[in-house]
Design a protein around this ligand. Structure first.
Ligand SMILES: Cc1cc2nc3c(=O)[nH]c(=O)nc-3n(C[C@H](O)[C@H](O)[C@H](O)COP(=O)(O)OP(=O)(O)OC[C@H]3O[C@@H](n4cnc5c(N)ncnc54)[C@H](O)[C@@H]3O)c2cc1C
Length: 380
């Protein structure tokens, strides 16, 4: 039976959906948020205690204006939450001078006039002795980088949305949706709901819920490891900036000790395992640990003590690693959001604003041209 109609239904209350729900509810829309698991949970893309946020953006300079707004919105959320959601450590982008990480990071700093320093490998180790990189490496230090607390960011977006009148159904899986004369009808395992607009922000399940996206939003298994530092003083947040590092073994990222007793490290596209989110292997295996330990032994030897924790997680990758943020060309009442490719969390606050704009106005003042569907499917 169809319940009362809503202005907007949001499918998936992870990073992006929780933020969209928050912005819509604050604008006075009647909204329903549907989440299949707990809020928050550890079976998607947004768990693991910390996520890097940084302004220097080697992926493309056009992310920087979005990031400036994301910072403002995270700070607003933090003020309303009354507890810290973001920590500043500085961010390091490092590798060979000619690498895309170093060149791209510098380009974004120069184009957007971001404060930054360029350090040699020796200078980096003098400043932050936890780092032990090859002599010829270069590091870009951007002082506003740091990390967010993803589970709390999601919770406080949902708490804020609830406070503004949003209806939230956790532990209720959406089975299907279809267009209707009024907008969309959404069927879950518990009910049938109707709304004028639908936002699908289902993370690794995007392709299952929106079949045209199945080849454009591809889930991939990731693994994170935490290791007990041998020199704990070097890996405290005030002495160890978060990093993105390209080495001959691949591209890695890492964090100081926070929340879990260990230096945290991950490799982008860990073992290149494309997965089905419903059957993914969530266990962490010795070969996962070996890969992350070999990196830590070589480049952060003072962090390479016993492993204290490991977690699996999912990236959802687009072919060009930029996001998908758009209305479906044939169904403009349906807005799709897949901002992952391993770097989306930091944007969730501004993505929530963009999704709310698209749902209420059909357009947004933010430049999302890099993230339109038309680049893949035409007509978007
Ligand atoms: C290991 C790892 C490290 C990362 N590090 C960083 C980082 O340092 N910095 C950064 O900016 N980004 C990082 N990312 C990327 C970032 O975490 C993702 O971009 C972000 O979490 C994606 O958010 P999302 O809302 O799309 O997905 P999610 O947060 O997973 O939310 C999707 C939600 O949809 C729900 N859902 C799915 N199907 C249904 C259904 N049928 N019915 C109801 N609900 C449904 C899911 O349960 C889930 O809660 C990392 C990702 C991983 C995996």
């Amino acid at each position: 039976m169809i319940q009362r109609p809503y202005d907007v239904i949001v499918i998936g209350l992870g990073a992006m959906g929780s933020a969209a729900l928050f912005h819509l509810a604050r604008r006075g829309c009647t909204v329903l948020g549907l989440e299949r698991f707990n809020i928050p949970h550890d079976r998607g893309s947004s768990h693991g205690i910390t996520r890097i946020i940084r302004l220097a953006y080697y992926e493309h300079p056009s992310y920087v204006p979005l990031l400036r707004r994301a910072y403002e919105l995270w700070d607003e959320l933090e003020r309303s939450a009354g507890i810290p959601l973001r920590y500043t450590t500085g961010s390091i982008d490092a590798g060979p001078a000619a690498s895309a990480v170093v060149e791209g990071s510098l380009q974004s700093c120069q184009e957007h006039d971001l404060p930054h320093e360029v350090l040699t490998s020796t200078e980096l180790t003098e400043r932050f002795p936890g780092y032990w990189l090859p002599n010829e490496f270069v590091a870009v230090l951007q002082p506003q980088g740091g990390f967010l607390l993803p589970e709390l960011c999601i919770s406080y977006h949902v708490i804020g949305a609830q406070g503004a009148g949003a209806e939230v159904h956790a532990r209720e899986q959406v089975l299907e949706w279809e267009p209707s004369p009024r907008g969309v009808v959404v069927t879950t395992e518990r009910g049938v709901y109707e709304a004028e607009k639908l936002i699908v922000s289902a993370g690794a399940w995007m392709g299952k819920l929106v079949p045209p996206l199945s080849g454009l939003a591809v889930p991939e298994r990731q693994v994170l490891a935490w290791m007990q530092p041998l020199r704990p003083d070097l890996f405290r947040p005030e002495r160890f900036p978060v990093f993105n590092l390209v080495v001959e073994e691949g591209r890695y990222y890492g964090f100081p000790v926070f929340g879990i007793p260990g230096f945290k490290v991950g490799r982008y596209h860990h073992r290149d395992e494309v997965v089905d989110p419903d059957t993914m292997d969530w266990a962490c295996h010795p070969e996962d640990e070996r890969l992350l330990r070999a990196f830590t032994d070589r480049y952060f030897p003072a962090a390479a003590g016993p492993t204290t924790a490991m977690h699996a997680c999912m990236f959802t990758n687009t072919p060009d690693k930029h996001f998908v943020l758009d209305m479906l060309p044939s169904l403009p009442q349906v807005i799709v959001a897949s901002p992952c490719s391993g770097h989306g969390f930091k944007f969730a606050s501004v993505v929530g604003e963009i999704l709310a704009d698209l749902a209420t106005d059909g357009t947004t003042r933010h430049d999302i041209s890099l993230h339109r569907l038309g680049r893949f499917v035409g007509g978007g």
